[in-house]
Design a protein around this ligand. Structure first.
Ligand code: NDP
Length: 461
């Protein structure tokens, strides 16, 4: 296994730190200590677990500026978006704290004069949580907050692009009073993740990342009879119907949905279908909107688009643009790398796209959007569903009934009406097909970290 991670600032290409990756033996020791810690943590009163999680949330907010600057340095995320992520993630903590008593308490499922039957929710045990870099707070909290509240212990492997943020989580949990080894950050790279899934016998593996890595994880965990959850990528579509009231407003919302965080969101809008009656006007408004985005140093308050986090993504974007242009797409904006140190790509708008093009079929995960015209709702539905992915889909229309008829036919875990690129703690976050297996968030996403035990009790004999 490699022994070090080089931390590179994506805005400058400069290495700013080098961190040692724990060895296999060290990982084994961390896992053994975590297992030991489970004995006490799993029987700690929920009120105490809630208190610690709440304190962790407060400490994160108290250190917001430092953490946001760090996130920007690690990922290149514009500073205003880093702060927003950290603030918004807190909503997830508060949601899980609010519902924990109700959904972790045992339930009476049946009772008569002779028997009483109950369902109890017990923690799974040792959770391996392998995470992505694009929203480490949001996607981290989705897993380790409910896991800890439910009485599990967690081995958390952040992405190699956000190791410092991962180490901050560990420090802040300790400062919040979490007993040692209940939450352990294991920094490392793909090999570290592979080691954790292949060699560490955990009681649940919760992964967020790409479909390609998700498939490796399934393979690595294939002989384990424990929950394996995969939150994977997307190729999320949006449809603009011909009855939208304010096309400029819709274009602005979709431009934000496509380019926020430089398009590096699992639920970013990645392809747009526009009714032909409003197609030309929509393109005009959309391009105008994207031209208004300020690109630059992610530390600047006014920056909306910074560098890409991963240098490797530049090749993918370049390939998608060349492929689309060779097949007849019209380049309305951008299309190339920006020649400066770091990972920079121009915000790119491609019109007149088709499903022969990679940009309409494969996850772009960058500042690039494919747009095409459709003649009616039926064609829009068929094209939106023409993908192996199934994370989210958005419908814009002034008619809620028409939109609902469309949404009911879309094969995704989440559908949006007149909104997009949004995650709420109250409803499950789940992908279909290549977008994943299982779910996070909502009360289901708390119970996902438990296993049921049925009590069948005779009242008298
Ligand atoms: P990757 O799949 O590249 O990596 C995810 C995590 O897996 C990282 O911690 C990575 O380590 C680790 N890893 C890499 N190889 C292995 C392996 N063989 N076994 C175990 N772990 C491994 O994804 P990204 O981090 O680049 O994240 C972007 C992807 O995540 C996009 O596809 C995006 O759509 C998806 N995503 C999905 C979300 C959802 O809720 N559905 C939310 C957010 C992102 P390392 O980084 O060190 O290589």
């Amino acid at each position: 296994m490699e022994r070090y991670i080089e931390c590179i600032n994506p805005a400058t290409g400069q290495v700013w730190d080098t961190l040692k990756i724990p060895s296999a033996v060290e990982i084994e020791i961390m896992a053994a200590k975590a297992r030991e810690a489970f004995q006490d943590w799993s029987v700690t009163p929920l009120a105490f677990r809630k208190q610690i999680v709440a304190r962790f949330g407060e400490l994160v907010q108290e250190n917001l500026e430092h953490l946001a600057q760090l996130l920007t340095k690690e990922t290149g995320k514009p500073i205003t978006q880093s702060r927003r992520e950290i603030r918004q993630a807190d909503r997830r903590i508060r949601f899980f704290l609010d519902i924990a008593d109700r959904y972790l308490a045992p339930e009476v499922a049946y009772e008569d004069e002779k028997v009483r039957e109950e369902i109890a929710y017990e923690p799974l045990g040792l959770i391996v949580n392998i995470s992505a870099w694009n929203y480490p707070y949001n996607i981290g909290y989705n897993v380790f907050i409910p896991a800890l509240l439910a009485g599990n212990v967690v081995l958390y492997k952040p992405s190699e692009y956000t190791p410092h943020t991962g180490l901050e989580f560990q420090d802040l949990f300790r400062s919040a009073g979490l007993p040692p080894h209940v939450f352990t950050t294991i920094i490392g790279n793909g090999q570290t993740g592979a080691y954790l899934t292949e060699r560490i016998p955990a009681d649940g593996y919760f992964f967020t990342g790409s479909h390609a890595t998700g498939m490796k994880i399934l393979e690595q965990c294939r002989k384990r009879t424990v929950p394996i959850q995969l939150e994977l990528g997307g190729k999320d579509p949006a449809y603009v119907a011909n009855d939208v009231k304010d096309l400029r407003k819709v274009a602005a919302a979709l431009a934000d949905g496509a380019f926020y965080n430089n398009g590096q969101s699992c639920c970013a809008v990645e392809r747009i279908y526009v009714h032909t009656e409003v197609y030309t006007d929509f393109l005009k408004h959309f391009v105008q909107e994207v031209k208004g985005f300020i690109l630059g140093d992610p530390r600047n308050e006014s920056t909306y688009i910074g560098p890409l986090t991963r240098a490797a993504q530049l090749d993918i974007l370049e390939r998608q643009v060349a492929d689309a242009l060779s097949k007849g797409a019209r380049l309305l904006l951008g299309g190339k790398r920006i020649p400066r140190e770091g990972n920079w790509f121009e915000p790119t708008v491609l019109a007149d796209c088709s499903h022969q093009m990679e940009v309409m079929k494969e996850e772009s995960f960058g500042p690039i959007i494919g747009i095409m015209g459709v003649k009616d709702d039926e064609e829009a539905i068929n094209l939106m569903n023409d993908t192996p992915y199934g994370l989210t889909a958005a419908v814009y229309s002034s008619n809620p009934d028409r939109a609902r008829r469309i949404m009911e036919k879309l094969n995704t875990g989440t559908v949006y009406f007149n909104m997009c690129d949004r995650v709420s703690p109250y409803v499950p976050w789940s992908g279909r097909g290549h977008s994943g297996l299982g779910l996070t968030l909502s009360y289901h996403g708390l119970r996902a970290f438990t296993r049921t035990k049925s009590y069948q009790l005779l009242k008298s004999n």
